[in-house]
Design a protein around this ligand. Structure first.
Ligand code: FES
Ligand SMILES: [Fe+2]
Length: 414
Protein backbone atom coordinates (compact mmCIF):
# COMPACT_ATOMS: atom_id res chain seq x y z
CA UNK A 1 0.00 0.00 0.00
CA UNK A 2 1.69 3.20 -1.11
CA UNK A 3 0.78 6.84 -1.54
CA UNK A 4 0.01 6.12 -5.18
CA UNK A 5 -2.72 3.70 -4.11
CA UNK A 6 -4.50 6.70 -2.63
CA UNK A 7 -4.67 5.06 0.79
CA UNK A 8 -3.93 6.92 3.95
CA UNK A 9 -2.29 5.21 6.90
CA UNK A 10 -4.76 6.93 9.17
CA UNK A 11 -7.61 5.16 7.27
CA UNK A 12 -5.91 1.81 7.73
CA UNK A 13 -5.27 2.44 11.44
CA UNK A 14 -8.10 4.83 12.42
CA UNK A 15 -7.46 4.27 16.13
CA UNK A 16 -4.33 6.41 15.83
CA UNK A 17 -6.37 9.47 14.87
CA UNK A 18 -5.74 12.56 12.78
CA UNK A 19 -6.10 15.41 15.28
CA UNK A 20 -3.28 17.89 15.95
CA UNK A 21 -1.03 16.40 18.62
CA UNK A 22 -1.25 18.23 21.96
CA UNK A 23 2.29 18.71 23.30
CA UNK A 24 2.10 20.82 26.46
CA UNK A 25 1.72 17.89 28.83
CA UNK A 26 4.11 15.64 26.89
CA UNK A 27 7.03 18.04 27.16
CA UNK A 28 6.64 19.09 30.79
CA UNK A 29 8.98 18.25 33.70
CA UNK A 30 5.99 16.74 35.56
CA UNK A 31 5.24 14.40 32.70
CA UNK A 32 8.86 13.30 32.64
CA UNK A 33 8.45 12.00 36.20
CA UNK A 34 5.48 9.95 34.96
CA UNK A 35 7.57 8.59 32.12
CA UNK A 36 10.33 7.52 34.47
CA UNK A 37 7.94 5.43 36.51
CA UNK A 38 5.34 4.28 34.00
CA UNK A 39 7.56 3.81 30.96
CA UNK A 40 11.23 3.36 31.82
CA UNK A 41 10.68 1.38 35.03
CA UNK A 42 7.90 -0.69 33.43
CA UNK A 43 8.96 -1.50 29.85
CA UNK A 44 11.71 -3.82 28.64
CA UNK A 45 14.85 -1.80 27.84
CA UNK A 46 17.75 -2.90 25.66
CA UNK A 47 20.94 -2.32 27.68
CA UNK A 48 23.57 -3.92 25.46
CA UNK A 49 24.55 -6.50 22.89
CA UNK A 50 25.31 -10.13 23.52
CA UNK A 51 28.25 -10.08 21.08
CA UNK A 52 30.00 -7.80 23.58
CA UNK A 53 29.93 -10.65 26.14
CA UNK A 54 31.46 -13.60 24.30
CA UNK A 55 33.05 -15.35 27.30
CA UNK A 56 31.99 -16.30 30.82
CA UNK A 57 32.96 -13.47 33.16
CA UNK A 58 32.62 -10.74 30.51
CA UNK A 59 30.47 -7.89 31.74
CA UNK A 60 29.10 -4.57 30.58
CA UNK A 61 27.44 -1.80 32.49
CA UNK A 62 24.70 0.53 31.41
CA UNK A 63 24.03 3.59 33.51
CA UNK A 64 20.35 4.48 33.61
CA UNK A 65 19.94 7.89 35.25
CA UNK A 66 16.32 7.87 34.04
CA UNK A 67 15.74 4.96 36.43
CA UNK A 68 18.22 6.21 39.08
CA UNK A 69 20.37 3.12 38.71
CA UNK A 70 23.15 1.43 36.81
CA UNK A 71 22.84 -2.08 35.36
CA UNK A 72 25.57 -4.71 35.43
CA UNK A 73 25.12 -7.49 32.82
CA UNK A 74 27.43 -10.48 33.15
CA UNK A 75 27.93 -13.62 31.08
CA UNK A 76 27.80 -16.41 33.63
CA UNK A 77 29.64 -19.70 33.60
CA UNK A 78 26.27 -21.28 32.83
CA UNK A 79 26.41 -19.42 29.49
CA UNK A 80 23.45 -17.18 30.35
CA UNK A 81 23.51 -13.41 30.80
CA UNK A 82 22.50 -12.19 34.25
CA UNK A 83 21.77 -8.58 35.11
CA UNK A 84 21.87 -6.83 38.47
CA UNK A 85 21.69 -3.41 39.95
CA UNK A 86 25.34 -2.36 39.78
CA UNK A 87 25.47 -1.69 43.51
CA UNK A 88 27.39 -3.19 46.42
CA UNK A 89 25.42 -4.67 49.31
CA UNK A 90 27.72 -3.14 51.94
CA UNK A 91 27.20 0.62 51.71
CA UNK A 92 25.88 0.95 48.21
CA UNK A 93 28.98 1.80 46.20
CA UNK A 94 28.70 1.36 42.44
CA UNK A 95 30.37 -1.99 41.88
CA UNK A 96 31.79 -1.81 38.33
CA UNK A 97 32.86 1.57 36.99
CA UNK A 98 34.17 0.71 33.52
CA UNK A 99 31.79 0.36 30.57
CA UNK A 100 33.00 -3.14 29.76
CA UNK A 101 35.32 -5.59 31.48
CA UNK A 102 36.08 -9.09 32.62
CA UNK A 103 35.57 -10.55 36.08
CA UNK A 104 39.08 -11.40 37.26
CA UNK A 105 39.05 -15.01 38.41
CA UNK A 106 35.30 -15.01 37.87
CA UNK A 107 34.71 -12.39 40.56
CA UNK A 108 34.00 -8.69 40.91
CA UNK A 109 35.35 -6.83 43.90
CA UNK A 110 34.01 -3.57 45.28
CA UNK A 111 36.63 -0.84 45.24
CA UNK A 112 35.48 0.60 48.61
CA UNK A 113 35.98 -2.19 51.17
CA UNK A 114 36.64 -5.23 49.02
CA UNK A 115 33.36 -7.16 49.15
CA UNK A 116 33.54 -9.78 46.45
CA UNK A 117 30.80 -11.23 44.19
CA UNK A 118 30.71 -14.02 41.60
CA UNK A 119 29.13 -13.91 38.13
CA UNK A 120 25.83 -15.22 39.52
CA UNK A 121 25.71 -12.18 41.82
CA UNK A 122 26.45 -14.19 44.98
CA UNK A 123 28.39 -12.47 47.74
CA UNK A 124 31.36 -14.79 48.24
CA UNK A 125 33.80 -12.91 50.46
CA UNK A 126 33.68 -10.07 52.99
CA UNK A 127 36.95 -8.76 54.42
CA UNK A 128 36.74 -8.84 58.24
CA UNK A 129 33.49 -10.77 58.15
CA UNK A 130 33.87 -11.78 61.82
CA UNK A 131 33.45 -8.14 62.87
CA UNK A 132 29.94 -7.92 61.39
CA UNK A 133 26.82 -8.95 63.26
CA UNK A 134 25.38 -12.23 61.96
CA UNK A 135 26.01 -11.12 58.39
CA UNK A 136 24.54 -13.62 55.96
CA UNK A 137 26.46 -13.88 52.69
CA UNK A 138 23.53 -15.72 51.17
CA UNK A 139 21.11 -12.86 51.79
CA UNK A 140 23.41 -10.14 50.54
CA UNK A 141 24.11 -10.93 46.92
CA UNK A 142 23.63 -8.36 44.18
CA UNK A 143 20.03 -7.34 43.53
CA UNK A 144 18.93 -9.13 40.35
CA UNK A 145 16.99 -7.52 37.56
CA UNK A 146 14.71 -9.37 35.10
CA UNK A 147 16.84 -10.13 32.04
CA UNK A 148 16.01 -11.68 28.68
CA UNK A 149 17.86 -11.85 25.41
CA UNK A 150 16.32 -11.43 21.95
CA UNK A 151 18.73 -12.06 19.09
CA UNK A 152 21.80 -9.86 19.81
CA UNK A 153 20.05 -7.67 22.34
CA UNK A 154 20.09 -7.86 26.13
CA UNK A 155 16.91 -6.50 27.63
CA UNK A 156 16.19 -5.76 31.27
CA UNK A 157 13.01 -4.90 33.08
CA UNK A 158 13.14 -3.00 36.36
CA UNK A 159 9.69 -3.96 37.50
CA UNK A 160 9.75 -6.52 40.34
CA UNK A 161 7.05 -8.39 38.40
CA UNK A 162 7.21 -7.48 34.69
CA UNK A 163 3.80 -7.26 33.03
CA UNK A 164 5.05 -9.24 30.03
CA UNK A 165 7.79 -11.66 29.09
CA UNK A 166 10.13 -10.07 26.55
CA UNK A 167 8.59 -12.13 23.76
CA UNK A 168 5.09 -11.06 24.75
CA UNK A 169 6.29 -7.48 24.98
CA UNK A 170 7.74 -7.58 21.45
CA UNK A 171 4.23 -8.46 20.16
CA UNK A 172 5.26 -10.31 17.00
CA UNK A 173 8.42 -8.37 16.12
CA UNK A 174 10.57 -11.37 17.10
CA UNK A 175 8.55 -13.72 14.88
CA UNK A 176 8.62 -11.35 11.89
CA UNK A 177 12.40 -10.95 12.09
CA UNK A 178 13.27 -14.55 12.83
CA UNK A 179 16.20 -15.38 10.52
CA UNK A 180 17.72 -11.90 10.28
CA UNK A 181 21.48 -12.33 10.89
CA UNK A 182 21.72 -10.04 13.92
CA UNK A 183 24.45 -11.98 15.69
CA UNK A 184 26.46 -12.63 12.52
CA UNK A 185 26.88 -8.96 11.61
CA UNK A 186 29.75 -7.58 13.71
CA UNK A 187 29.81 -4.18 15.32
CA UNK A 188 31.33 -1.66 12.88
CA UNK A 189 31.19 1.85 14.37
CA UNK A 190 29.21 4.01 16.78
CA UNK A 191 28.35 7.63 17.47
CA UNK A 192 27.12 9.14 20.71
CA UNK A 193 25.68 12.64 21.15
CA UNK A 194 24.59 14.64 24.17
CA UNK A 195 21.52 16.64 23.16
CA UNK A 196 19.78 19.50 24.93
CA UNK A 197 16.26 18.38 24.18
CA UNK A 198 13.52 16.13 25.45
CA UNK A 199 14.14 12.50 24.43
CA UNK A 200 10.91 12.27 22.42
CA UNK A 201 11.91 15.14 20.13
CA UNK A 202 15.01 13.10 19.20
CA UNK A 203 12.96 9.92 18.69
CA UNK A 204 10.60 11.74 16.31
CA UNK A 205 13.43 12.61 13.92
CA UNK A 206 13.98 8.92 13.13
CA UNK A 207 10.32 8.08 12.74
CA UNK A 208 9.40 9.81 9.48
CA UNK A 209 10.82 10.31 5.98
CA UNK A 210 9.01 13.58 5.23
CA UNK A 211 12.17 15.48 6.12
CA UNK A 212 14.49 13.55 3.77
CA UNK A 213 14.10 15.82 0.75
CA UNK A 214 14.80 18.89 2.87
CA UNK A 215 17.07 18.19 5.82
CA UNK A 216 19.03 15.51 3.92
CA UNK A 217 19.11 17.20 0.53
CA UNK A 218 22.92 17.33 0.53
CA UNK A 219 23.39 13.70 1.52
CA UNK A 220 20.74 11.05 0.89
CA UNK A 221 17.58 13.00 0.05
CA UNK A 222 17.69 11.88 -3.57
CA UNK A 223 17.78 8.19 -2.58
CA UNK A 224 14.51 8.35 -0.69
CA UNK A 225 12.64 11.18 -2.38
CA UNK A 226 11.62 11.26 -6.04
CA UNK A 227 9.29 13.24 -8.29
CA UNK A 228 6.54 10.61 -7.93
CA UNK A 229 7.06 10.24 -4.15
CA UNK A 230 8.62 13.46 -2.85
CA UNK A 231 7.81 12.91 0.84
CA UNK A 232 8.89 9.26 1.18
CA UNK A 233 5.59 7.55 1.79
CA UNK A 234 6.33 4.19 3.44
CA UNK A 235 5.81 1.04 1.40
CA UNK A 236 4.17 -0.48 4.44
CA UNK A 237 3.42 0.27 8.09
CA UNK A 238 2.63 -2.23 10.79
CA UNK A 239 1.74 -1.67 14.42
CA UNK A 240 2.95 -4.24 16.95
CA UNK A 241 1.32 -3.30 20.26
CA UNK A 242 3.48 -0.44 21.55
CA UNK A 243 5.96 -0.89 18.69
CA UNK A 244 5.82 -0.22 14.98
CA UNK A 245 7.55 -0.75 11.69
CA UNK A 246 7.83 1.23 8.46
CA UNK A 247 9.26 -0.18 5.25
CA UNK A 248 10.96 2.52 3.22
CA UNK A 249 11.30 2.92 -0.55
CA UNK A 250 14.26 4.16 -2.55
CA UNK A 251 14.68 5.59 -6.04
CA UNK A 252 17.45 5.82 -8.63
CA UNK A 253 19.62 8.54 -7.09
CA UNK A 254 21.49 11.34 -8.81
CA UNK A 255 24.99 10.53 -9.89
CA UNK A 256 27.61 11.61 -7.39
CA UNK A 257 31.19 10.58 -8.16
CA UNK A 258 32.20 9.32 -4.71
CA UNK A 259 28.90 7.54 -4.20
CA UNK A 260 29.29 5.85 -7.59
CA UNK A 261 32.53 4.29 -6.43
CA UNK A 262 31.01 3.26 -3.11
CA UNK A 263 28.09 1.73 -5.02
CA UNK A 264 30.40 -0.18 -7.30
CA UNK A 265 31.91 -1.88 -4.27
CA UNK A 266 28.62 -1.37 -2.49
CA UNK A 267 28.37 -4.37 -0.25
CA UNK A 268 29.64 -2.36 2.69
CA UNK A 269 27.34 0.59 2.09
CA UNK A 270 24.10 0.15 4.00
CA UNK A 271 22.09 2.49 1.79
CA UNK A 272 23.27 1.33 -1.62
CA UNK A 273 20.40 0.18 -3.79
CA UNK A 274 18.77 -3.06 -2.85
CA UNK A 275 19.05 -4.65 -6.27
CA UNK A 276 22.85 -4.30 -6.05
CA UNK A 277 22.71 -6.54 -3.05
CA UNK A 278 20.67 -9.41 -4.37
CA UNK A 279 21.85 -12.40 -6.32
CA UNK A 280 25.05 -13.01 -4.44
CA UNK A 281 25.19 -14.07 -0.81
CA UNK A 282 28.15 -13.12 1.37
CA UNK A 283 30.36 -16.04 2.34
CA UNK A 284 29.39 -15.50 5.97
CA UNK A 285 25.75 -15.82 4.95
CA UNK A 286 24.65 -12.42 6.17
CA UNK A 287 22.94 -11.26 3.01
CA UNK A 288 19.77 -12.64 1.46
CA UNK A 289 20.15 -13.68 -2.16
CA UNK A 290 16.49 -12.97 -2.98
CA UNK A 291 13.39 -11.49 -1.41
CA UNK A 292 11.72 -14.86 -0.93
CA UNK A 293 14.43 -15.99 1.47
CA UNK A 294 14.05 -12.92 3.71
CA UNK A 295 12.18 -13.08 7.02
CA UNK A 296 8.57 -11.90 6.60
CA UNK A 297 9.42 -8.68 8.45
CA UNK A 298 12.23 -7.65 6.09
CA UNK A 299 10.98 -5.87 2.97
CA UNK A 300 7.51 -7.14 3.89
CA UNK A 301 5.93 -6.07 0.58
CA UNK A 302 8.82 -7.61 -1.42
CA UNK A 303 9.02 -4.30 -3.29
CA UNK A 304 11.78 -3.93 -5.87
CA UNK A 305 12.42 -0.34 -4.78
CA UNK A 306 12.95 -1.16 -1.09
CA UNK A 307 15.92 0.30 0.81
CA UNK A 308 15.43 -0.53 4.49
CA UNK A 309 12.93 -1.12 7.28
CA UNK A 310 12.74 0.73 10.54
CA UNK A 311 11.47 -0.87 13.71
CA UNK A 312 10.64 1.41 16.63
CA UNK A 313 10.71 -0.79 19.72
CA UNK A 314 9.04 1.19 22.48
CA UNK A 315 10.21 3.18 24.29
CA UNK A 316 13.73 3.95 23.11
CA UNK A 317 15.16 1.28 20.82
CA UNK A 318 15.18 1.75 17.04
CA UNK A 319 16.41 -0.71 14.44
CA UNK A 320 17.25 0.13 10.82
CA UNK A 321 17.51 -3.11 8.83
CA UNK A 322 18.80 -3.50 5.30
CA UNK A 323 20.10 -6.47 3.34
CA UNK A 324 23.50 -7.17 4.92
CA UNK A 325 23.67 -4.41 7.56
CA UNK A 326 21.72 -2.90 10.43
CA UNK A 327 22.01 -0.01 12.81
CA UNK A 328 20.42 0.84 16.12
CA UNK A 329 19.49 4.14 17.75
CA UNK A 330 18.83 4.52 21.45
CA UNK A 331 17.71 7.52 23.42
CA UNK A 332 18.51 7.80 27.12
CA UNK A 333 16.86 10.67 28.98
CA UNK A 334 19.19 12.49 31.37
CA UNK A 335 16.39 14.78 32.53
CA UNK A 336 13.31 16.15 30.83
CA UNK A 337 15.50 18.47 28.75
CA UNK A 338 18.61 16.40 28.04
CA UNK A 339 19.14 13.17 26.08
CA UNK A 340 22.03 10.91 25.20
CA UNK A 341 21.55 9.39 21.75
CA UNK A 342 23.65 6.38 20.80
CA UNK A 343 23.95 4.98 17.29
CA UNK A 344 25.63 1.68 16.43
CA UNK A 345 26.22 0.21 12.96
CA UNK A 346 26.64 -3.49 12.28
CA UNK A 347 28.09 -4.81 9.03
CA UNK A 348 30.82 -7.17 7.87
CA UNK A 349 34.29 -5.73 8.00
CA UNK A 350 35.93 -5.03 4.63
CA UNK A 351 38.11 -7.66 2.95
CA UNK A 352 39.33 -5.73 -0.07
CA UNK A 353 40.40 -2.16 -0.79
CA UNK A 354 37.16 -1.61 -2.71
CA UNK A 355 35.05 -2.85 0.16
CA UNK A 356 37.10 -0.70 2.52
CA UNK A 357 36.27 2.35 0.43
CA UNK A 358 32.59 1.47 0.50
CA UNK A 359 32.76 0.78 4.27
CA UNK A 360 34.43 4.15 4.99
CA UNK A 361 31.85 5.85 2.81
CA UNK A 362 29.13 4.21 4.86
CA UNK A 363 30.73 5.48 8.06
CA UNK A 364 31.04 9.07 6.89
CA UNK A 365 27.73 9.36 5.03
CA UNK A 366 25.84 7.97 8.02
CA UNK A 367 27.68 10.40 10.31
CA UNK A 368 26.70 13.30 8.04
CA UNK A 369 23.07 12.15 7.82
CA UNK A 370 22.83 11.84 11.60
CA UNK A 371 24.49 15.22 12.10
CA UNK A 372 21.78 16.62 9.85
CA UNK A 373 19.16 14.84 11.97
CA UNK A 374 20.66 16.13 15.21
CA UNK A 375 20.92 19.70 13.84
CA UNK A 376 17.24 20.52 14.31
CA UNK A 377 16.72 18.93 17.73
CA UNK A 378 18.23 21.55 20.04
CA UNK A 379 16.85 24.33 17.85
CA UNK A 380 13.37 22.84 18.21
CA UNK A 381 13.73 22.48 21.97
CA UNK A 382 15.09 26.03 22.29
CA UNK A 383 11.81 27.48 21.10
CA UNK A 384 9.35 24.73 22.00
CA UNK A 385 9.47 25.69 25.66
CA UNK A 386 8.28 29.22 24.85
CA UNK A 387 4.75 27.84 25.09
CA UNK A 388 3.85 29.74 21.90
CA UNK A 389 2.58 26.54 20.26
CA UNK A 390 0.41 23.93 21.92
CA UNK A 391 0.33 21.20 19.31
CA UNK A 392 2.16 19.60 16.40
CA UNK A 393 0.45 19.40 12.99
CA UNK A 394 1.22 15.95 11.61
CA UNK A 395 0.62 14.72 8.06
CA UNK A 396 -0.31 11.15 7.18
CA UNK A 397 3.32 10.25 6.37
CA UNK A 398 4.28 11.19 9.94
CA UNK A 399 2.11 8.33 11.11
CA UNK A 400 4.84 6.75 13.23
CA UNK A 401 5.42 10.01 15.11
CA UNK A 402 1.75 10.17 15.97
CA UNK A 403 1.57 6.51 16.88
CA UNK A 404 4.65 6.78 19.11
CA UNK A 405 2.89 9.44 21.19
CA UNK A 406 -0.15 7.21 21.34
CA UNK A 407 2.05 4.57 23.01
CA UNK A 408 3.61 7.18 25.32
CA UNK A 409 0.20 8.39 26.44
CA UNK A 410 -1.14 4.85 26.77
CA UNK A 411 1.71 3.83 29.09
CA UNK A 412 1.75 7.06 31.07
CA UNK A 413 -1.99 6.86 31.72
CA UNK A 414 -2.03 3.16 32.51
S1 FES B 1 30.56 -0.25 49.71
FE1 FES B 1 31.25 -2.01 48.67
S2 FES B 1 32.59 -2.93 50.05
FE2 FES B 1 31.92 -1.20 51.12
FE1 LIG C 1 16.80 11.86 9.01
Amino acid sequence: MTATSGKRWSDIYPEVGTEPLAIDRLMSPDFYEFEREKIFRTCWLCVGEIIDLPEPGDFLIKDLPVCSTSILAVRGYDGAVHAFHNMCSHRGNKLAWERRGKCVGGTLTCKFHGWCYDTAGRLIAVPGQEKFFNLSLEDNGLTPVATEVWQNFIFINLSPRPRWTLREYLSGVAEDLDGFPFTRLPFAFAYRVDLKCNWKIAVDAQNEGYHAAFLHKRTIGDIFSSAQDPYVDPLDIKIYGLHQRASLPGYPPNSKPVREIANEFGKRWSMSRTDDKLGEAEPEDVRFANYESMPPGLNPTRAANWTFDIYMIFPNFWLGLSNGAYNTHQWWPMGYDRTIQEVRMHQLLPRTAGERFSWEYNKTINRDVWLEDFSTLEKTWEVLRSGAKHHFNLQDGEFMVRNFYRAVNEMADF
